[in-house]
Design a protein around this ligand. Structure first.
Ligand SMILES: Cc1ncc(COP(=O)(O)O)c(C=O)c1O
Length: 288
């Protein structure tokens, strides 16, 4: 069952409301985070809060609660949840203001937290590998809307995901304005080339994924060579392995990219990393 908090107060679904003249609703003017809790503890809580604070700063949104209060509110929602494992959505809106995009007269924003279950792909895709397409919708450039800002504007990602749906694929790869691979519609992308784990630098148009960071850390600890470099679709097509990572996605192996089959799914490097990921979920340092 879901649980909710509005501005730090736990409430029922029927009371979980924001005003329709909040600019978060009117213009997508706000920021958010997706977090996961395992065994009642939130994975990389501080890192998520730091990213939220940074996103808000970039958009000059005044957070209506301190990071400490946000942390308390998140933990209360987890405690109110009937599940010990689940997904959290934390949203901070610009706030109520007059019609018109000008944010300068907005009041303090709303803080919404929802705890729920989230399943991004079918069990079959998770076990045997997901099918990807390359989206025709390009990521906005860094001087338009920097992909590191986790804003309430997700239309690029939504349009990419709709293309995947039409193609009956599980996920879409989004390219940047120069045609290099940026990320998936709601996840970061990794490939294995020979013995090396590769992923695009976030400056190629990806969210600086928290799971991405954990995977890079695991790979280094397992002495798997890692390289961050710009990737083309060709690199994906000929990859030895490919997988997606994200808070919602966790780890998803990939078996097909735009009708090119990958021979190794789930591949040996993916399997080692996944095993270590699940082992590390017992590691207190991951829940700071
Ligand atoms: C566009 C996009 N890229 C990547 C990710 C993965 O980031 P994280 O691992 O921090 O959840 C997400 C997940 O929220 C996302 O929405």
């Amino acid at each position: 069952m879901q649980s909710y908090s509005i501005n730090g107060v736990i409430c029922d679904a029927s009371e979980a409301k924001v005003p329709v003249n909040d600019h978060g609703f009117l213009y997508g003017d706000g920021v958010f985070e997706g977090l996961r809790f395992y065994n009642g503890r939130i994975l990389k809580l501080r890192a998520h809060l730091k990213r939220l604070v940074d996103s808000a700063k970039a958009l000059r949104i005044q957070l209506p609660m301190s990071a400490g209060k946000l942390e308390e509110a998140l933990l209360e929602v987890v405690a109110a949840s009937t599940h010990t494992d689940g997904y959290l959505r934390l949203i901070v809106t610009r706030g109520v203001g007059p019609l018109g995009i000008d944010p300068s007269h907005c009041e303090a924003g709303s803080v919404v937290i929802i705890a729920d279950q989230l399943k991004m792909v079918s069990e079959e895709a998770r076990d045997k590998g997901a099918r990807l397409i390359i989206s025709s919708v390009r990521q906005l450039a860094g001087d338009q809307l920097d992909s590191r800002i986790k804003s309430l504007n997700y239309l690029t990602q939504i349009m990419a995901k709709m293309e995947a749906n039409v193609a009956r694929a599980d996920e879409a790869v989004v390219l940047n304005q120069s045609g290099y691979v940026a990320e998936g519609s709601a996840d970061n992308i990794f490939i294995v080339t020979g013995d090396t784990l590769e992923t695009p630098p976030v400056t190629d148009g990806a969210l600086d994924g928290i799971t991405r960071g954990l995977i890079l850390e695991i790979a280094k600890n397992l002495s798997i060579p890692v390289r961050e470099r710009s990737l083309t679709t060709y690199d994906l097509y000929i990859a030895d392995e490919c997988f997606l990572t994200g808070t919602g996605a966790e780890l998803i192996p990939v078996r097909e990219i735009s009708d090119r089959q990958l021979s190794n799914t789930p591949g040996p490097i993916y399997s080692r990393i996944r095993e270590q990921f699940h082992r590390e979920l017992q590691n207190d340092a991951w829940f700071d």
